[in-house]
Design a binder for this molecule. Structure first.
Ligand SMILES: [Ca+2]
Ligand SMILES: [Ca+2]
Length: 272
C-alpha cells in the first residue's frame, strides 16, 4: 500500500465520459432527499455525488426566515492562518485542534482531473460541491503513526433557546470524501450539551464516505476508486435542554496516517 496519499495509483484509461456517467449513475441509484435520523446515520442512503451541483436543499424562504442560518463557524475551511499546502499545519479559525491531533486545511489542486491523473489530488474539479472555495479540511500528514485527526467546535445555542423549547429540528450536512484507493475517511459527530455542559439527547453523525462508496467506476472491483467529496446529511429533533452543540470532525486512519481524509461545506441549521 502507498505510504503517501499522493502516491500515483494507475487507473485504467477510462474516458472522462465514463467517469461522469458512473457519477451520475451513483447519484441516481441513491435516490433523492433520503435523510437518516439522529444517531442512525450509518447507512450510505444520504450519499449523493455530482460534479457540479450546489449543496443544500432549496428551503422555502419563509422557513429560512424562521430558522437559523448556518451555525458552524468557518464550516468551509476558508478562514485559515498560514499557507494551506499538502504538508503544513495551519490554524483554522473557529476550530480547536490539539497538538497531538493530525488535522489541518489544504488547498484544492487547481488542475482538472483527467482520466490518466484521476485521484492524484482532490482538485477544484473533482466530484464534489459547487462553491467549494479554495480550501478543504483534511487530516494532516505528520507522522505515519497518527491514528486520528480531530477538530472540535462548540456552538452556543442559548440565543436560540425559545426555538429549541418549542421543539426545533436540526439539519446537519457536509461533504466528505477521500483519496483514490486509500481508506482514510472523515466523519462528523454532533453532540448536544445542556447549560452545564452535560450531554443531553442522542448524538447525530455524518457517516464517512468510504473506499467502497467511492468505488463508482467498476463497483466491487478494487483499484479504481475515485477521489471525491459526497454529501452526507442527518436530521432530527434538538433536545429541549440543549444549550450548546459540539461538532467534531474526525479524520480516520487508512493505510498510512490520516492525510487523505477530506471534508468541506459543513452546515448546521435549526428550524421550527
Ligand atoms: Ca472550502
Ligand atoms: Ca472498482
Amino acid at each position: 500500500m502507498s505510504r503517501l496519499p499522493h502516491h500515483h495509483r494507475p487507473v485504467s484509461p477510462r474516458s472522462r465520459g465514463l467517469a461522469a456517467l458512473a457519477v451520475l449513475a451513483l447519484a441516481a441509484s441513491t435516490g433523492p432527499g433520503t435523510t437518516p435520523s439522529a444517531g442512525a446515520a450509518t447507512g450510505p442512503a444520504a450519499l449523493t455525488v455530482s460534479p457540479a451541483t450546489t449543496a443544500g436543499p432549496a428551503a422555502a424562504p419563509a422557513a429560512r426566515r424562521a430558522g437559523t442560518g448556518n451555525l458552524i463557524r468557518n464550516g468551509s475551511a476558508e478562514k485559515t492562518k498560514g499557507e494551506p499546502d499538502d504538508f503544513s499545519r495551519v490554524a483554522i479559525k473557529g476550530w480547536s485542534v490539539k497538538k497531538s491531533e493530525q488535522f489541518t486545511a489544504a488547498r484544492y489542486a487547481p488542475e482538472a482531473p483527467d482520466p490518466q491523473a484521476y485521484g492524484l489530488r482532490l482538485s477544484k474539479n473533482s466530484p464534489g460541491p459547487a462553491g467549494r472555495g479554495k480550501n478543504h479540511f483534511t487530516g494532516a500528514y505528520h507522522t505515519s503513526s497518527a491514528d486520528t485527526g480531530r477538530a472540535t467546535q462548540r456552538i452556543d445555542l442559548s440565543r436560540h433557546r425559545s426555538l429549541i423549547r418549542k421543539g426545533a429540528q436540526f439539519d446537519l450536512r457536509g461533504w466528505l470524501g477521500g483519496y483514490a484507493g486509500n481508506e482514510d475517511r472523515m466523519q462528523v459527530t454532533l453532540t448536544w450539551l445542556d447549560r452545564k455542559g452535560k450531554k443531553v439527547g442522542k448524538f447525530a453523525r455524518l457517516a464517512p464516505v468510504t473506499l467502497a462508496d467511492r468505488d463508482i467506476l467498476t463497483p466491487g472491483e478494487p483499484g479504481d476508486e475515485v477521489t471525491l467529496l459526497a454529501e452526507r446529511t442527518a436530521s432530527g429533533t434538538v433536545p429541549k435542554r440543549a444549550r450548546k452543540a459540539k461538532v467534531v470532525l474526525k479524520a480516520l486512519r487508512g493505510d498510512s496516517g490520516v492525510r487523505a481524509a477530506y471534508a468541506d461545506r459543513l452546515s448546521l441549521k435549526l428550524q421550527p
